[in-house]
Write a protein that binds this ligand. Structure first.
Ligand code: NAI
Length: 349
């Protein structure tokens, strides 16, 4: 069914506040989730609300965190999130990174001790909206087989990148380092639809098309994706003194515990490397040239990264956002959560 962005945002804010989150924090979570649903990243949209509500209600997210910001050098800083809700912390930390990069040319801000922060495109877009290059990486629960392995070690460790152009559009590249994000498997489960055989493996490490049989995800491009997820783990975990690799907390293990996750924002100010205007013009040229590349049979056009999601978003903010009926029913109900995520094996049926 379709709902307006405004209605979806209000429903999410109300539900999260009912679970115990402050309005200021709930507003940012809702904004990030609506951003994701509008762009077609339903795996990181409203379908996550009930999980967040349960974790908040059970104490696994700090609803009254004490934020600390330590600037340890001209461009290096740590944003301590005190296990508050990840979306709010990652947004605030990006605001700090933007301010540093405007002044010093580059910023590297580690966001320490947060909960899940959702779709990373939201945060890198903050930087691009200010004429800067944004990069963000974060940890995620261990559920991916390393290349050649038969059990999970790393998370789906996403990487996002955004760059501004001269016409207001942005290049936004945002991907999990797995063939698909875990949330996409959840999305297929919620719709009871099969998954392609390249996404995940079953209990024997064999490819499966049944979303309910998934026991681990596959990295993108074999050993190359495995290398990228290792890089993300080092930058957003080891570098910030947080649990790394298989020691990263699971989303569903114990909803009363803080997750202690890490995220790293890198912001680059083009004006410190070239002419800022020239940079943006060349990005515009790249976008146009990519669109002009002759498409192969079966493709209507070559898109630049983020183009299709932005087009979807523009339409969704005008015509409404498509969400699954059961998610809407939960959002409009009086129930805070249905106690279904605690100690849940994510790979269980
Ligand atoms: P995806 O597979 O839907 O898209 C990956 C990238 O490919 C995007 O930049 C997209 O714009 C681009 N793309 C897709 N089709 C294209 C086409 N036809 N032409 C040109 N470019 C195209 O994204 P994925 O990997 O499923 O990630 C979904 C979301 O999940 C992301 O927002 C990511 O940040 C988030 N995520 C968050 C995690 C967390 O722990 N916070 C963990 C894993 C993912």
């Amino acid at each position: 069914m379709k709902v307006t962005a405004k209605e979806l945002e209000t429903l999410i804010v109300n539900k999260l506040m009912k679970a115990g989150l402050k309005e200021e924090h709930a507003q940012v979570v809702a904004d990030v989730l609506v951003h994701a649903d509008a762009r077609g990243y339903h795996s990181h949209g409203a379908m996550r609300v009930e999980y967040y509500a349960e974790r908040i209600a059970k104490g696994g997210i700090n609803t009254d965190p004490e934020i600390q910001f330590e600037k340890n050098g001209p461009a290096a800083a740590i944003f301590e999130g005190d296990n508050g809700v990840g979306h709010f912390m990652a947004k605030k930390a990006m605001e700090e990174a933007i301010a540093i990069a405007k002044e010093n040319g580059i910023a590297v801000v580690g966001v320490r001790n947060i909960s899940h922060s959702g779709a990373l495109s939201y945060f890198v877009e903050q930087a691009a909206d200010e004429g800067l290059i944004g990069i963000s990486v974060c940890q995620s629960d261990p559920m991916v087989v390393p290349f050649g392995g038969a059990e999970p070690y790393y998370g789906t460790n996403p990487i996002a990148f955004a760059a501004p152009s001269s016409n207001g559009e942005k290049i936004i590249f945002d991907m999990a380092t797995t063939v698909q994000a875990w949330g996409k498997i959840l999305h297929h489960r919620s719709k009871n639809e099969p998954i392609p055989d390249s996404w995940a493996v079953d209990e024997n490490g064999e490819s499966t098309t049944d979303p309910f049989k998934v026991k681990a995800l596959l990295p993108i491009a074999g050993p190359k994706g495995y290398g990228l997820m290792m890089m993300v783990d080092i930058l957003s975990g080891v570098l910030l003194g947080l649990p790394h690799g298989k020691h990263v907390t699971s989303m569903y293990e114990d909803l009363t515990e803080y997750r202690k996750l890490g995220q790293l924002h890198i912001v680059i100010n083009p004006a410190f490397f070239t002419s800022a205007d020239l940079f943006k013009e060349k990005i515009t040229t790249s976008m146009e040239e990519l669109n002009q590349v002759k498409p192969k049979e079966g493709y209507d056009r070559v898109s630049y990264p983020g183009q299709r999601s932005e087009e979807r978003a523009k339409k969704a903010y005008e015509d409404g956002i498509e969400i699954v009926d059961e998610i809407y029913e939960y959002l409009v109900s009086d129930v805070v959560h249905n106690n279904q995520y605690d100690n849940k094996d994510p790979f269980a049926k």
